[in-house]
Design a protein around this ligand. Structure first.
Ligand code: FES
Length: 115
């Protein structure tokens, strides 16, 4: 189980939901299930409209799921990451804070998602 807190100026208040990790469950599907209004278009990791900022709430290091080549391309094109930052993160095993909700698989970790 993971607590996922969604925070956005588009919502009256933060919303925390419980999600089952490792069930091929994307952040976007969890948001949709709970009527959290994360914007999206393609749902296929191509448009970048669902980019969110992810941080941990338990004080631990964000569990890293490496970016796919598609995610890297879209995040660079949207100005969220530079190629140098991606290289640094990969060399140092640091997960990026910017993710695409339609591609981010929910892990067993409490996170804050800002959009
Ligand atoms: S909805 Fe297009 S990248 Fe996620």
């Amino acid at each position: 189980m993971a607590n996922i807190t969604f925070s956005s100026p588009a919502m009256k208040k933060d919303v925390t939901v419980y999600a089952v990790a490792g069930d091929r469950c994307t952040l976007l599907s969890v948001a949709q299930e709970h009527k959290v209004p994360i914007h999206y278009e393609c749902q296929n990791g191509e448009c970048g409209s669902c980019i969110v900022e992810v941080s941990v709430l338990d004080g631990k290091k964000l569990k890293g799921v490496h970016l796919t080549e598609k995610e890297k391309t879209v995040l660079v094109l949207n100005g969220k990451l530079t190629k140098e930052e991606i290289e640094h993160m990969e060399l140092n095993d640091v997960p990026p804070k910017w993710r695409m909700a339609c591609q981010y698989m929910v892990l067993d970790q409490d996170i804050l998602v800002k959009f």
